[in-house]
Design a protein around this ligand. Structure first.
Ligand code: PRP
Length: 285
């Protein structure tokens, strides 16, 4: 039987959320401890647990068909590999940072300086495009220590909460790129694996739409129904059901998570009462 080979991070910041996404997409994986490859019981996929930095090369070579990977790693090591879905988790920035006491005004302050980074390609391109030439030191971990031990004047690394920079007395001065987890596809994806990838993408899209939406139920006075319905148009149009009190109706609809507070305030102002907001597990449009 043909199986889609999908790579996920073996350990690190994407690992748990990647497996949760597959689980929410109904793919249950037999994952023995320390196993590097696992089969799904109920979907034709094999999951490969790989080191983050190795995944772009495995994709290029067609050793795996697709991968859940940080966009930052893909941009650094996997140029030209196609991204088919943005997955909305593990959001971070790839940024330049300097010591808090460095008087930084603009990028030209880094001209001729030493920059420590695990992202040499991304940094080089960013600086070259802006006419800045710097001396790059490639380090594979604990980059933030470099300015404190005199190894570099600046660093380029990923920033998420900013706490590692803070703890090392550094300040973020330039955001080079914003990143999140993505589903990337090998240019060597076999033709007969493509339909499995499409099924996987459909499931992932349904999970992501569900995650970014909320189901709203509320009671509305009938004379305000038009206003309230216009605020929550939903997927097609809201469901309106009569209440026992003939002057009131129950309205059910779907709203975007990010619009939640604004819409709720407007609904209250329009006279809605008893507003319930529930999570949505999956959403198929
Ligand atoms: C990354 C990165 C930073 C840190 C930033 O390391 O190298 O050190 O996270 O995150 P923060 O802004 O939330 O503090 P990670 O822990 O992913 O491990 P790594 O050093 O192996 O990349």
């Amino acid at each position: 039987m043909i199986k889609l080979k999908i790579a996920v991070q073996k350990s690190g910041r994407l690992h748990d959320d990647s497996l949760r996404l597959l689980k929410d997409a109904g793919i249950s994986i037999d994952n023995g401890k320390d196993q590097l490859k696992a089969e799904a019981k109920n979907f034709p996929v094999e999951v490969y647990y790989l080191r983050n930095g190795d995944i772009p090369q495995y994709l290029k070579d067609g050793v795996v068909d697709c991968a859940i990977i940080g966009e930052n790693v893909l941009v650094e090591k996997g140029e030209d590999i196609e991204i088919t879905e943005r997955l909305g988790f593990s959001k971070c920035r790839v940024s330049l940072a300097v010591s808090k006491i460095f008087e930084y005004d603009s990028l030209s302050d880094l001209d001729g300086k030493r920059i420590a980074t695990s992202y040499p390609n991304t940094t080089k391109k960013y600086l070259e495009k802006r006419g800045i030439s710097a001396d790059l030191h490639v380090i594979n971990g604990s980059v933030e220590i470099a300015p404190n031990i005199g190894l570099a004047d600046a660093i380029c690394d990923i920033v998420s909460s900013g706490s590692t920079l803070f703890k090392n007395n550094l300040k973020e001065v330039e955001i080079m790129m914003k990143s999140e987890a993505v589903l990337a596809v090998s240019p060597k994806l076999p033709l007969d694996s493509a339909p499995i990838l499409e099924r996987l993408r459909f499931r992932i899209q349904s999970v992501l739409k569900g995650r970014s939406s909320r189901y709203v139920l509320l009671n509305a006075p009938n004379d305000k129904l038009d206003t309230i319905v216009s605020l929550i148009p939903g997927m097609k149009s809201p469901t309106i059901l009569p209440l026992a009190d003939e002057n009131w109706s129950s309205v059910h609809s779907v709203i975007k998570q990010e619009e939640f507070w604004e819409v709720i305030d407007q609904l209250k102002e329009a006279g809605a009462q008893g507003i319930l907001v529930c999570p949505i597990e999956k959403m198929v449009i």
